[in-house]
Design a protein around this ligand. Structure first.
Ligand SMILES: Cc1cc2nc3c(=O)[nH]c(=O)nc-3n(C[C@H](O)[C@H](O)[C@H](O)COP(=O)(O)O)c2cc1C
Length: 396
């Protein structure tokens, strides 16, 4: 209903523009923006602009593939879908769209703790390579219940996010009236009314079927409507957690354990010492700590320290296939994308997500051709050149 045609988009920036038109401002900004002065958000992109790639000419690159082996499993592309709690708010049952498109593309999909579709439903209805993202809560009993459920539902990896010890400071949410718990006021109600496509196609559809989306993975005592977090908020604080809590998870979890939100070689070492099989070098897409370093900038030092002992994954700000190629050349094994596939889901559910993935596929392939590389194992640091750029990009 009132949907844009994702075929009209030429890249993920276009999908973002289409999503911007469809969504109420408070929801669009909740996804799109960073935190405080949004320095980290801009710096994530600027860091890519400082990295150039060296071309190699007259190499037969007529047969190229992007196959990637991760934890012993083959995937068709070196990207995966990052955990994002808001998918089900952007599009009706958005997590299912993300999971289906990931399965069709043979790439991993990470389901967020805060998702509005339960992990059991995603596993049962879709399957594919499924990872479960866990926020550890101070009430560890509740977190451990989630881990048990993820194990029983057959998730292959547990992605433990560690970069949010306290709530972040996203002032625009307050300004937009997107507060927790959510309170309808004339401003945000008018905002919804001005976006009938989303109001009828997402909100209306929920109201006619399951009711307002809730965080379906939360234990019953915390399972409130998505827009109300009062009780959950109290129990889900996690500023008292330590590496020992990770050790407990390692002992409980038989599958792959991935620690998300690492930005220094020292923390990478600590994660490995606790038995992590992989790490995600991430600053949460510039959403949490505004003075954080750009993941693509710190990636080489982390790969140098632990790359031979663990699987290094990276995210935050990847918008082009060439961004992905830069990370692989610097030693990452996989890139997670967050907002790009969310924009795809917003614009056209499964088809929109597939379109976002298609952009990465085509751009990675094109970049590899310019670099004279036929497969991802040929990407290496000799292809990298650092330069200074005179300006910061203004968006994303
Ligand atoms: C709307 C939104 C919700 C997110 N929710 C979560 C979450 O629940 N858990 C988590 O570990 N990361 C979450 N993230 C961070 C992503 O997993 C990922 O680190 C980030 O989006 C990558 O940056 P990118 O959006 O620039 O690709 C969220 C990101 C966005 C944009």
């Amino acid at each position: 209903m009132f949907k844009s045609n994702p075929d009209d988009a030429q890249n993920v920036h276009d999908l973002r523009e289409m999503a911007k038109k469809r969504l109420p401002k408070w929801l669009f900004e909740f996804v799109d923006r960073g935190t405080e002065d949004e320095v980290a958000l801009r710096n994530n992109r600027a860091a890519f602009e400082r990295i150039k790639l060296k071309t190699q000419v007259l190499v037969d690159v007529s047969k190229r593939d992007q196959e990637t082996t991760l934890f012993g499993k083959r995937h068709d592309m070196p990207i995966g879908i990052a955990p994002t709690g808001a998918a089900g708010m952007l599009s009706y049952k958005g997590e299912l769209s993300l999971a289906r498109a990931a399965k069709a593309a043979n790439i991993p999909f990470t389901l967020a703790t805060g998702s509005t579709t339960s992990m059991e439903d995603v596993a049962k209805q879709v399957g594919g390579t499924l990872w479960f993202q866990l926020y550890m809560w101070s009430d560890v009993r509740l977190s451990h219940m989630l881990v048990e459920r993820a194990k029983n539902a057959g998730f292959e990896a547990l992605v433990v996010t560690v970069d949010g010890p306290v709530n972040t400071n996203r002032e625009y949410n307050t300004r937009n009236g997107f507060t927790v718990p959510f309170r309808y006021n004339s401003k945000n109600t008018l905002d919804v009314l001005k976006h009938p496509g989303w109001m009828l196609g997402v909100l209306g559809r929920y109201l006619l079927t399951t009711g307002m989306p809730r965080r379906e993975n939360y234990p019953t005592e915390l399972k409130e409507r998505y827009t109300q977090v009062s009780a959950a908020e109290r129990k889900t604080r996690n500023d008292s957690l330590s590496w020992d809590d990770l050790q407990v998870l390692r002992d409980m979890w038989p599958g792959k354990l991935i620690v998300k939100g690492i930005l220094t070689p020292q923390d990478a070492e600590r994660a490995i010492a606790k038995g992590a099989d992989g790490i995600v070098v991430s600053n949460h897409g510039g959403r949490n700590f505004d003075s954080s370093m750009a993941p693509i900038a710190v990636l080489p030092s982390i790969v140098d320290a632990v790359g031979h002992r663990t699987t290094v994954i990276v995210d935050s700000g990847f918008r082009r296939g060439s961004d992905v190629v830069k990370a692989l050349a610097l030693g990452a094994k996989l890139v997670l994308v967050g907002r790009s596939t969310l924009w795809g889901a917003t614009v056209a559910e499964d088809v929109g997500v597939a379109r976002a993935i298609q952009f990465y596929r085509e751009e990675i392939s094109r970049t590899m051709a310019y670099l004279g590389c036929r497969n991802v194992s040929e990407l290496n640091r000799n292809l990298i050149e650092y330069t200074e750029t005179p300006h910061l990009p203004l968006s994303m």
